[in-house]
Design a protein around this ligand. Sequence first.
Ligand code: COA
Ligand code: ZN
Length: 289
Amino acid sequence: MPDAVQIVEVCPRDGLQNEAVSLPTDIKIELISRLVGAGCTRIEASSFVSPSAVPQMADADDVFRGLRVTDGTDMIALVPNERGYDRAIAAGCRSVEVFAAATEAFSQANIRCSIDESFARFAPVLAKAATDGIRVRGAVSVAFNCPYSGPVQPQQAIDVAKRLLAIGCGEVSIADTTGTATADQVAAMLDAIARELPVTSVAMHFHDTHGLAVDHVLTSYAAGIRVFDASAGGLGGCPFSPGAPGNVASESVLAAFEARGITTGIDTAAIREIGAWIRACLNDPGNAV
Ligand code: COA
Ligand code: ZN
């Protein structure tokens, strides 16, 4: 039997952060609980960032307070700094993600500081997490192409990923934030990952501009990657990456793995329904808050 994969379902965070409509908190909580019901065990649930930077995530505290997290479920919150970490822990979160950029220009646009400064902000987060027994994941944004400074050399992203692992992240997610990676770029990145990183600590995060994201997922699987970020309904994008398309749709990723006999533990039909339901919620003017 081929190796199983883990899907990190990012719809409640990456999916909803880029929508013009902010959904009510109870719908976000229902989304997360439906995803758990469909078999998702790892979910990016919200982000404790500045509410003026990303108003769609301003209710992260209430989302986490409203969740019933069972043992064995990795309910992840993005935190950009110590303040975000403290908010997350106060709301009951036990798993956080820090995010750095592969380029200086995107770091400035997204988190308003240099890459070095972002690592200075992560230091107290990792220190507290070590003491508190909190799981920490890292992410490298714009690992392939930057909307401000153009193509990114794999080494640039790998260096940032290495730093994230070195400060204590247990896993690092390599993100095609702009959804523009070509097959050649993905192959070059996978080669660099195989040479320079522990493959078992790497996740891939694709957005889907040109319909290539599922192919990129399968190529990454063939190269030994076993963790993939994906979003129900293909929702998603970064507000600081102009024109960024949706994340690769979880239902497409699940169907592709299922067709190859690769176990995900997630019910594809249920995710398809959840994707349609959350899209309907976003289109319902009665849900605008
Ligand atoms: N939670 C809530 N508010 C926060 C915060 C946090 N974790 N960190 C900072 N803030 C608030 C500050 O209180 C301040 O508020 P004010 O304007 O009302 O005084 C404001 O945000 C700016 O704070 P500052 O410390 O000067 O940070 P900054 O201007 O350098 O911004 C970030 C840095 C990281 C806080 C901000 O850019 C951000 O939240 N970015 C997130 C981007 C994102 O989520 N992108 C999508 C994910 S890829
Ligand atoms: Zn993303």
